[in-house]
Design a protein around this ligand. Structure first.
Ligand SMILES: [Zn+2]
Length: 670
């Protein structure tokens, strides 16, 4: 089995033996599902999937996910199991009448590990066809490899390789052969074969990121850039404060499920909740009534006793007694008690020692608990709306630590090279760049200090029965499912209504300040024509449409052929710039509309930017797979690779982002 990362709880406060109040440990794993339909069930269940999806030769699909043991058990019921270490082989298919083949694309790529081949073809026999590619290359090299059918939401989208295959020489011709007789041949073209990036001048400066940065450091960095380059920049405080890196204080007392009580402070932990404590005592005499007293910040529950003097209060009774007495008397701070996960609470409570309520947040006190202001750095020589605007925003998803480095490094390069590099000067003369290093600072803090697998923001919309402290790592809204175009409430697929889901869309479109801030920028600055939404990982370059209705696989309207050609042409230029850095080539099968190359993501920001604001909305998934020459397989890099790898990923995608600014500089309104 493949376990990519075990998320080690960062919290020193976690006891060696986990109790019922502690979250289950989560791991980043590679799951195998039998087919695309099973993956859709997994998406529909609200599984916390990463953006790395790999079809396999036998029709199965491998996808990385963040999951706890109990989630893995639930996914197993949906057909998802931990992937075996070796990919499965193609299964034999029934024979049929000879089919017609069309080769849609056959390209070679040169990465730092040599030549690779990618072929996309389709058969008139559809997904049942068994296709094989044979190639001939320079110096008499040859090879062959099986293709896999790509079926999404019941629609056959053609055959491709599971991943690009290594070729000893540069492939020149491919022949695709079907098991039932169809055949087709094509010349192999180069990929990405875009325009070469501007050659940097001799004094060109780069490499300004030296570590992963939590939100406070990111903001310090762009503030410092603003101070240093006041004529070229403007610091924008986005209007919607986040909820803040804070939580209500809680204690779980007793033995779940029937004999446990969850106490939650009305105040956030940092605003007095953490000062509260509760105890359950045995009055030491028979026939005593249940009593709750509050002394300052201490809640004492004196349990009822029976005729023999044994405690006799149930969890439901203790809950009601606390709620009747304690709400407004705990030092001015109220509390609410509930039974465990909506249990009837028939179990008899045992005495319990003094338990301090806690918000379980482990960031040092220097990390602000107040609502956060999200910052944008506006960069350009003419910031009056007359130049083409480019919005680069990162970390909608908290655990994607490389993403903010990409946009911060871009800001550094644009500003520090303005006076020394002619090409950079041209960019700042002709464009108006908006950099948002972290859209979701609360979630990012939680990812840095508490649970590094955190994807969503920190706002808990769950009802009481889903709000005991052991579930705290499941709360929050997926910011990139909270937008208003092609959303869950519009009937689109790939977001969840379950508040604990990895893709929880939130209680309503734009319910979260994080998503409202991004859209505010686009609404306020109508000159923004391009946007790059930076995510990790998997090595993708994508654009709209990003969502479909599952029934009939009806996508949001596709861009016109002319617009699609522009998306693709620009993508190839940008990917050329990425490759120039260390030879990382974004695969052709991972370059395209989100719905075609990844999956449906209802309510994502790029779709809203494109459909409501006419902004060319792109997505980077930085962190392309690395080729392992030993095993001859592509390996996932994960969300938080060792910094040397994260740094290299950041530098190569910054070159892509700067190239996008170049595309914007050349843009003319049609
Ligand atoms: Zn993401």
């Amino acid at each position: 089995m493949i376990v990519l990362t075990t998320f080690v709880a960062a919290e020193p406060s976690v006891p060696a033996v986990a109790g019922p109040g502690d979250p289950e440990p989560a791991s980043l794993v590679t799951l195998s599902v039998p087919d695309r339909a099973a993956m859709e069930r997994l998406v529909a269940s609200g599984a916390d999937l990463t953006e790395r999806v790999r079809p396999q030769a036998d029709g199965s699909v491998q996808v990385d996910a963040v999951a706890t043991p109990s989630q893995l058990a639930a996914y197993a019921a949906l057909g998802a199991t931990l992937a075996p270490g070796t990919p499965p082989q193609a299964k034999a298919k029934a024979t049929a009448a000879q089919d017609q083949l069309v080769i849609e694309r056959a390209v070679w790529m040169k990465s730092r590990d040599g030549y690779f081949l990618s072929v996309e073809a389709s058969s008139s026999a559809g997904e049942a066809a068994t296709l094989t590619v044979a190639w001939k290359g320079k110096g008499g090299s040859t090879g062959q490899a099986p293709m896999v059918p790509y079926v999404d939401a019941g629609a056959y989208l053609g055959h491709q390789f599971s991943t690009p295959v290594p070729a000893d020489g540069r492939p020149q011709w491919v022949t695709v052969t079907s098991a039932v007789g169809g055949t087709a041949e094509a010349r192999v073209k180069e990929w990405p074969d875009g325009e070469q990036p501007d050659r940097a001048g001799p004094g060109y400066q780069k490499d300004f990121v030296t570590q992963y940065m939590p939100p406070a450091q990111l903001n310090e960095r762009i503030k410092a850039l603003h101070q240093r380059y006041p004529k070229l920049t403007e610091l924008i405080t986005l209007p919607y404060p986040t909820n803040g890196y804070r939580r209500h204080a809680q204690a779980l007392i007793g033995t779940p499920p029937a004999a446990a009580v969850v106490i939650t402070s009305d105040a956030y932990g940092s605003e007095g909740g953490n000062d509260l404590a509760a105890e359950l005592v045995n009055p030491g005499a028979p026939g005593r009534p249940l009593q709750v007293t509050v002394n300052g910040k201490l809640i004492t529950v004196s349990l009822a006793t029976d005729a023999s003097g044994a405690p006799a209060s149930t969890a439901a009774q203790v809950t009601a007694a606390i709620n009747a007495t304690a709400p407004n008397s705990t030092g001015g701070t109220g509390v609410k008690a509930t039974t465990y996960r909506a249990n009837a609470g028939d179990g008899v409570m045992a005495p319990a020692p003094l338990t301090q309520l806690s918000d379980f947040l482990n960031a040092p006190a220097s990390v602000s608990r107040a609502p956060a202001r999200v910052l944008a750095l506006r960069i350009g020589a003419h910031r009056d709306g007359s130049r083409t605007g480019v919005l680069a925003y990162a970390q909608e998803h908290a655990r994607e630590w490389v993403a903010p480095l990409v946009v911060v490094e871009a800001a550094e390069r644009l500003l520090r090279n303005y006076t020394r590099d002619k090409a950079t000067r041209r960019l700042l003369e002709r464009t108006d760049v908006f950099i948002v290093p972290t859209v979701n600072p609360d979630g990012a803090n939680y990812s840095f200090y508490d649970f590094n697998g955190q994807r969503k923001n920190m706002t808990n919309h769950c009802p009481a029965q889903q709000s005991d402290p052991a579930l705290r790592n499941t709360w929050g809204v997926d910011v990139n499912r909270n937008y208003a175009v092609g959303s869950l409430s519009d009937g689109y697929f790939g977001a969840s209504a379950n508040c604990q889901s990895g893709t929880y869309a939130g209680p309503a479109e734009h319910s979260e300040p994080e998503s409202r801030n991004v859209m505010w920028l686009a609404e306020k600055h109508r000159n923004i024509r391009f946007a790059m939404n930076v995510h990790s990982y998997g090595g993708y370059f994508m654009w709209p449409p990003g969502a479909y209705r599952l029934d009939g696989r009806v996508t949001l309207p596709r861009p016109t052929a002319q617009q699609e050609a522009y998306f693709l042409r620009s993508a190839r230029t940008i990917e050329q710039a990425i490759a120039a850095e260390r030879g990382t080539v974004i695969w052709p099968q991972q370059t395209g509309p989100v719905t075609d190359v990844l999956y449906s993501a209802a309510g994502n920001s790029a779709d809203e930017l494109w459909y409501d604001h006419g902004v060319y909305g792109w997505d980077f998934e930085v962190g392309a797979d690395l080729w392992d020459p030993g095993t001859r397989t592509w390996q996932a890099v994960g969300f938080q690779p060792p910094f040397a790898e994260g740094h290299a990923e950041a530098l190569e995608f910054v070159s892509g982002l700067i190239s996008l600014v170049g595309v914007a500089a050349d843009y003319r309104e049609p």
